[in-house]
Design a protein around this ligand. Structure first.
Ligand code: WTA
Length: 630
């Protein structure tokens, strides 16, 4: 550090952070990994357990279907749990959990392994085999973590559906993954209200045929419909003799699938991103270790939801691979009062808080008095993810929550990348709003329409030019779409879908999506899904959705609807349409604003020009309307 003079507003790490950091020579590690990335990753992989060693670190022969640690046999669940059984981690807390109503549960590594083994045996007894897909649909409760790890243990492929999604979103994901088993909670708590997850699932199941068994976790205790022969209680199964604590682990291939996670893309339905045991394990292990500089005594909190990639990689896998203590909270940040988060940080003595800018902005609105009532001195590091963090929110987070002491790890990554890609570590000088530079072993660039690197501080497409271990392997059942969407615009180069700039110090500034993905409160949605949810209402002839800037949410959904002939426009209908989207997709997809229109701007080939709608809504001149029909 201090080798070069940086431009702009810089926040340097304190001497305390520098002295205690696991790694001081980050630049050196980056420089070394740049020369030989494979060596860097192999060294990281070597810190984990392999039943059989790999024969090749990276196989590029079928690119862009890259393979990592080829020939290696491992299991991520083994590395998360069993690996710790002969160490002091056996009795360490793996998972701490607080429910929205204030209940508390905790699991040592030993206990989490025991529950996972039991549940893995239950799954096996229901006929789940290696490669079978299992869908999980719950709130933030420990059973979700147990369910994911149990699947991984037996080589089954988990597909977690975010508990904030509803009927059609769940149906589509069940059907596309062809899941045999659905694990669902009876309900979940959200701001003191109960979300009837089982009832939503029942409706989705009427439309989905592949599911043979439904395992129901009792969370709320509210009455639910239990279909004989199909539905079983999780807690009852877990007391049966089949739920033995002895469970042989499936020694999987490094390239065997670990999970599917559906995410919104440029067009059409959400697609299932496929991640594998080996590379994903190495990527999440290594990034978590360095970026959060995790220590034995730490209590780490990622406030995301396990239903999204952040929860997969950095509530469950990254922390457990590192033998860390991961805290999970079920409910809303401001329930019952805006100090709920700060209260938990104080009560549990949490050391690291990793959350999204939208949450920070939301909490900022309530003022400093709420956090100031609590002792937040346990915090050492803060993190941000999901969307660009505006400097104002960054500084508030840094000053009010971190008391100016805690560096903010602004991590840029995606469902597809599996792991942090652009990120600082605690010893890196920070600039509010920039994730600094790529993680070691990664090469990224910013290019123009022709694929040529742009100049300093010029905006362009953010691309990744070399493979990395935790990269998605394909889109489930649609390898062609994988190639077309990510590797075709600039052949051989991974297209992120984001635009960015790089400054004179090589720091990256991600600006936002350049495709039809909208980040609403950090959640990733696609215009196509919202439009199709609106279109499934009988009054709607056609609909378009766009994202417009929103102070707290980052973006808010605006939609334009053409009604069928003879249908009358009314405020009541607007409300009905909003509710319809909420029912079909989930409350997060509910449009902020719906406007009835008589026509939509389209290209000659009939594609809706959302750019034009956006420009109009913002009162700007739309750029390039050459291909506009009228
Ligand atoms: C955005 C979330 C700026 C970006 C992990 C990306 C960010 C999309 C950041 C992926 C960040 C994520 N700064 N933008 N630190 N982190 N993004 O798949 O647009 O839900 O392409 O993964 O979120 O969203 P996803």
């Amino acid at each position: 550090m201090g080798k070069q003079k940086l431009t702009g507003e810089i926040f340097y790490p304190s001497s305390d952070i520098m002295l205690r950091a696991r790694v001081n020579d980050w630049d050196e590690i980056r420089a070394k990994a740049e020369v030989n990335p494979e060596e860097f990753w192999a060294k990281e992989a070597g810190e984990l357990h392999w039943f059989e060693p790999w024969t090749k670190i990276l196989d590029e022969s079928k690119k862009p279907f890259y393979q990592w640690f080829v020939g290696g046999k491992t299991n991520i669940a083994y590395n998360c749990l069993d690996r710790h059984m002969n160490t002091a981690h056996r009795n360490k807390l793996a998972l701490l959990w607080e429910g929205e109503k204030g209940e508390f549960r905790s699991f040592s590594y030993f206990a989490l392994r025991r529950e996972t083994c039991k549940f893995a045996n239950v799954l096996r007894s229901l006929g789940v085999q290696k490669g079978d897909r299992v869908t999980l649909y719950m709130g933030r409760i420990p059973e979700l973590v147990i369910g994911m790890l149990a699947c991984a243990r037996i080589g089954a492929v988990h597909s977690v559906v975010y508990g904030g999604f509803t009927v059609e979103a769940l149906h589509e994901r069940l059907e596309d993954s062809h899941s045999k088993i659905l694990i669902v909670a009876d309900g979940s708590y959200q701001r003191g209200k109960i979300v009837p997850l089982k009832a939503i699932a029942d409706e989705a199941l009427q439309r989905a045929a592949s599911v043979e068994s439904v395992l129901v976790v009792k969370r709320t205790g509210e009455p639910v419909n239990m279909e004989p022969g199909r539905d079983m209680w999780f807690h009852e199964l877990m007391t049966l003799p089949i739920a033995s604590t002895q469970c042989t682990i499936e020694k999987v291939d490094a390239e065997d699938p670990l999970f599917l996670l559906y995410t919104s893309g440029t067009t059409g339905k959400p697609k299932a991103i496929l991640h594998t045991h080996g590379g994903y394990m190495v990527g999440t292990y290594s990034t978590f270790k360095y970026v959060f500089d995790i220590r034995e005594e730490d209590r780490y909190w990622c406030a995301a939801d396990p239903g999204w990639i952040t929860g997969h990689s950095y509530i469950v896998y990254g922390p457990l691979l590192n033998g860390a203590t991961s805290f999970m909270y079920e409910g809303a940040p401001t329930y019952p009062f805006p100090n709920r988060w700060w209260q938990m940080i104080e009560r549990y003595g949490l050391n690291i808080l990793y959350t999204a800018p939208t949450a920070i902005r939301g909490l900022m609105r309530f003022g400093e008095a709420w956090p100031n009532r609590h002792d937040l001195s346990s915090l050492r590091l803060l993190g941000s993810v999901g969307e660009p963090i505006n400097p104002e929110a960054w500084k508030w987070y840094h000053r009010v929550i971190g008391k100016g002491r805690c560096p903010i790890m602004d991590t840029w990554w995606q469902t597809e990348t599996g792991m942090f890609m652009i990120t600082p570590t605690p010893v890196v000088p920070l600039k509010p709003g920039s994730g600094t530079r790529p993680f070691p072993g990664l090469k990224m660039d910013i290019v123009n329409e022709e694929g040529k690197p742009v100049g300093i501080n010029e905006e362009g497409f953010l691309v990744i030019t070399t493979p990395w271990p935790a990269m998605m392997r394909t889109i489930y059942k649609d390898p062609e779409r994988y190639v077309n969407q990510y590797w075709t615009k600039f052949p051989g180069v991974y297209l992120t879908g984001d635009s960015a700039k790089r400054d004179e110090d090589g720091y990256y500034w991600v600006i936002g999506r350049v495709d039809d993905v909208i980040k609403v409160s950090g959640y990733r949605l696609g215009t196509a899904e919202i439009e199709s949810a609106l279109g499934s209402h009988p009054a709607v002839a056609e609909a378009a959705a766009i994202g417009l800037p929103h102070e707290v949410k980052g973006n808010a959904i605006y939609s334009y609807v053409i009604l069928k002939t003879g249908i009358e426009k009314s405020d009541k209908l607007i409300e009905e349409l909003r509710q319809h989207v909420s029912h079909e997709m989930g409350p997060i997809a509910k449009p902020e604003h719906i406007e009835f229109v008589d026509s939509l701007p389209k290209t000659r080939s009939g594609k809706i020009m959302r750019r034009v709608l956006k420009a109009r809504a913002l009162g700007q001149e739309p750029k390039d309307i050459m291909t506009l029909e009228e």
